[in-house]
Ligand binder design. Structure first.
Ligand code: MG
Ligand code: ZN
Length: 372
C-alpha cells in the first residue's frame, strides 16, 4: 500500500491550487448567457388569419380576464397589400411574411414570375434549426402552405402536399389528411412520409399520447378542423405547447409558425361570435408562446395577421343613449386593405415597433435568427 503523504508535496499543492483556479475561472467566464457566446434565437410566429385591430378589440372588450395580447410592450402596424393588389389574399400575405417579397394573390411561395422563393422555414431548416407548423385548417391551406410549398396557385392542394416531402420540417400539426392520402393520383404520401422518418398521426388523441422522438406529421382532420363553436376545444393551445416542447428539445434553436386560421372565416361569414371565439382560442396559443419565451429569454415571439377580413367595426346603436352596447358591423364579406397590428416580444422585438410593409417582418426574423 502506498502512503497518502506524497499527495501533499509542494508540487501537488501548487497543481491542485491551479486546478481550483481553473475550475473557478471556467464558472465565471463561460456563463451560458455570455454575450460573446451567441446562441441561436428561436422564433415563434403566430398568424391570426384575417385578424385586424377590431377583431382583437372585440375579444378584449368581451373578455373577463386579461388576455395574452395585453402582455406585449412592443407594437407595430403592418401594411398588407400584395404586389399588384391593394387588398391581399392569404397566400400572397403569408408569402410576404415567409419569403420577404410581395407577390400576386393566390401565389404560394413563388414571386410575381411564379419563380420559387426560399422561405424562412426552409432557411432555418438549412441552418440546422428545428422547424414546425401548427394550424386549425388543412396544413396545405394558403397560410401554412406558403411557408413550405412553391406553387403558382393556392388551389393546388395535392401539389402543395407533395412539397412537404421536399423539406425536412420536424413537425406539422393540422388538418388536410385527404390531400396526402386520398389523392387524384392515388399516391399515398403518408407512406412516403413514414419512409422519410415521420410518425404519421391521424387523431388528436394519438397526438397527445405520442412520446417517441420521430418527426411528426399530425394530420388530425380530413380537411379543416372544426370551428370553436363546433367543439374544437383546446387543440391550438395544446398543439402549440406540444410543438414548443418538442422543438426546444433539439437545442439548436427553432422556428415555429402557428396559425389561428379561422378568425378569417368568421370575418367572411360576417359572424362576430365566430370571430370572438377564434380570437380567444388564438390568444391561448399566444400565452403558451409567451410563457415559454419569458422563461427562455432567447425567443422572439411575433403575433400578426396577413390582412383584415370583413371590415369589422365595433359600432354602437345610435338610439342607445348609454352608448354601452356594441353592435358589431361588417362592411364586406371579403378582405380589406387596413393595416394589421404586430405584437412582438424578445430579442429583435424592438425592430418591429412602427409602421412598415409586411415583408419587413421576414427581414427581422431572418436577421434575428442569423440566416442568409
Ligand atoms: Mg390562413
Ligand atoms: Zn380570407
Amino acid at each position: 500500500m502506498y502512503s497518502i503523504k506524497p499527495l501533499f508535496t509542494m508540487k501537488n499543492r501548487i497543481l491542485s491550487c491551479l486546478l481550483l483556479v481553473l475550475v473557478f475561472a471556467s464558472f465565471t467566464s463561460f456563463k451560458p448567457d455570455d454575450p460573446k457566446v451567441k446562441k441561436p434565437v428561436n422564433v415563434i410566429l403566430l398568424i391570426g388569419d384575417g385578424m385586424g385591430l377590431s377583431q382583437v378589440s372585440y375579444a378584449l372588450m368581451m373578455a373577463t380576464e386579461r388576455m395574452a395580447f395585453e402582455r406585449f410592450k412592443t407594437l407595430g402596424l403592418s401594411k398588407t397589400s400584395a404586389a399588384d393588389h391593394k387588398i391581399t389574399d392569404s397566400a400572397a400575405g403569408a408569402t410576404a411574411l415567409a419569403s420577404g417579397a410581395k407577390t400576386y394573390n393566390g401565389a404560394v411561395g413563388v414571386d410575381i414570375n411564379k419563380m420559387p422563393m426560399t422561405t424562412i422555414l426552409e432557411m432555418a431548416e438549412a441552418k440546422g434549426y428545428a422547424t414546425g407548423m401548427v394550424a386549425t385548417c388543412a396544413i396545405t391551406h394558403a397560410t401554412p402552405a406558403s411557408f413550405i410549398a412553391h406553387q403558382p396557385s393556392r388551389e393546388m392542394y395535392e401539389e402543395i402536399a407533395k412539397d412537404f416531402l421536399k423539406t425536412d420540417i420536424d413537425l406539422f400539426i393540422g388538418g388536410g389528411y385527404d390531400h396526402f392520402a386520398k389523392r387524384k393520383d392515388n399516391v399515398d404520401l403518408t407512406a412516403q412520409l413514414k419512409v422519410n422518418g415521420y410518425m404519421v398521426i391521424q387523431s388528436e388523441q394519438e397526438l397527445y399520447m405520442y412520446t417517441g422522438t420521430q418527426k411528426l406529421a399530425a394530420l388530425v382532420a380530413p380537411k379543416h378542423l372544426p370551428k370553436m363553436q363546433e367543439g374544437r376545444g383546446s387543440f391550438l393551445a395544446n398543439s402549440t405547447q406540444l410543438a414548443i416542447n418538442r422543438l426546444s428539445k433539439s437545442g439548436t434553436g427553432f422556428f415555429l409558425m402557428v396559425e389561428g386560421s379561422q378568425i378569417d372565416w368568421g370575418g367572411h361569414a360576417n359572424d362576430a361570435e365566430y370571430i370572438r371565439q377564434e380570437v380567444m382560442d388564438f390568444d391561448l396559443a399566444i400565452a403558451k408562446a409567451l410563457d415559454f419565451a419569458e422563461k427562455d429569454g432567447n425567443t422572439l415571439v411575433i403575433v400578426t395577421a396577413d390582412h383584415e377580413t370583413g371590415g369589422f367595426a365595433l359600432s354602437g346603436n345610435e338610439e342607445d343613449k348609454t352608448q354601452n352596447k356594441i353592435e358589431p358591423k361588417f362592411t364586406t364579406k371579403n378582405h380589406t386593405g387596413t393595416m394589421v397590428p404586430v405584437y412582438a416580444f424578445g430579442p429583435g422585438a424592438e425592430s418591429l415597433g412602427g409602421i412598415y410593409e409586411n415583408t419587413w417582418i421576414f427581414n427581422v426574423m431572418k436577421k434575428t435568427m442569423g440566416l442568409k
